[in-house]
Design a protein around this ligand. Structure first.
Ligand code: NAD
Length: 271
């Protein structure tokens, strides 16, 4: 027994970081099975090794309509229904500011790559999953970011893509009510191997390996630490849970160490 007893979810970008933490937690909360859309065969192998037949893995790119449709079909074949879509696969732009681009063509390429993965990928997953979620009266949950609300969590391409995710959640929540709830989780800096776009030559980079990144995040947020992927997983469970969030749609839970109240009050003098 758990909060997700017998539920079936489909998670994109499920083989690492926040997606993997969500898969682990959903199964621990009693989920019947998890569909996973992952980019590489090695990612698929590691999921099968850890979870066996409790996962139904599809290898594909979230930018492909066919890959998203296949992932939904595979999940339905394996587990008979779909209760929750977790749109999560994403790339970060490594803070690329305007002045760092070589030329306008690189700006355009970066914009397209980041938006195609972070925004179109979510829209295509929503399109593919909506019929099954209407049938189950399930829900969608999208991973956003502190960059969905505030400047400074990336460069213009990433920050704009995550702001776009807010609009996506609101519009889908509006269109799919009353059948399907649509919500988001907005993590702040988290220790994951989050990669960057090829257009910036960052496809092999890992956020967790940026020197000083953990300390910079810890120093920047009121709660004073950088999160681990599992620190966010409970928010996905809460939003997915029909018994605990039946009245919640178009909500985005911030799990970012307190970006809303950044900066510290002046210390009170000690006597
Ligand atoms: P991660 O790299 O571990 O997870 C991202 C996953 O997306 C990977 O499994 C990757 O293979 C997959 N992916 C990327 N492009 C893909 C594509 N074209 N097709 C299929 N899969 C693709 O990093 P993470 O930090 O866990 O990222 C998950 C989400 O969290 C992203 O949406 C990211 O923007 C968001 N986020 C991360 C942080 C952070 O500090 N790590 C902060 C805020 C938000």
């Amino acid at each position: 027994m758990g909060w997700l007893n017998d539920d079936v979810a489909l998670v994109t970008g499920a083989n690492s970081g926040i997606g993997l933490a969500v898969v682990r937690r959903f199964l621990a909360e009693g989920a019947k099975g998890i569909g996973a859309l992952v980019r590489s065969a090695s990612g698929a192998d590691s999921l099968r090794k850890e979870f066996g037949d409790r996962v139904a893995v599809t290898v594909g790119d979230v930018r492909s309509p066919e890959a998203n449709a296949e992932a939904v079909a595979h999940t339905l074949n394996a587990f008979g229904k779909l209760d929750t879509l977790v749109g999560n696969a994403g790339v970060w732009d490594y803070f690329a500011p305007l002045r760092k681009f070589a030329d306008g063509q690189q700006v355009a390429n970066t914009f397209r790559e980041v938006f195609d993965i972070n925004v179109l990928g979510y829209l295509l997953a929503a399109y593919a999953a909506a019929p099954a979620l209407r049938e189950s009266r399930g829900s969608m949950i999208f991973t956003l970011s502190n960059a969905a609300f505030y400047a400074g969590g990336g460069g213009p391409a990433y920050v704009a893509s995550k702001h776009a995710g807010v609009g996506l959640i609101k519009q889908l929540a509006y269109e799919l009510a009353p059948d399907v709830r649509v919500n988001g989780v907005a993590p702040g800096g988290t220790v994951t191997p989050l990669k960057g776009p090829e257009s910036l030559g960052k496809q092999g980079s890992k956020l967790s390996e940026i020197p000083g990144f953990g300390d910079a995040v810890a120093d920047a947020v009121p709660l004073g630490f950088i999160a681990q992927p599992e620190d966010h997983a409970g928010h996905y469970v809460l939003l997915a849970s029909r018994t605990n969030s039946p009245a919640t749609t178009a909500a985005i839970l911030q799990s970012d160490g307190g970006w809303e109240v950044r900066g510290r009050p002046a210390r009170r003098p000690r006597n």
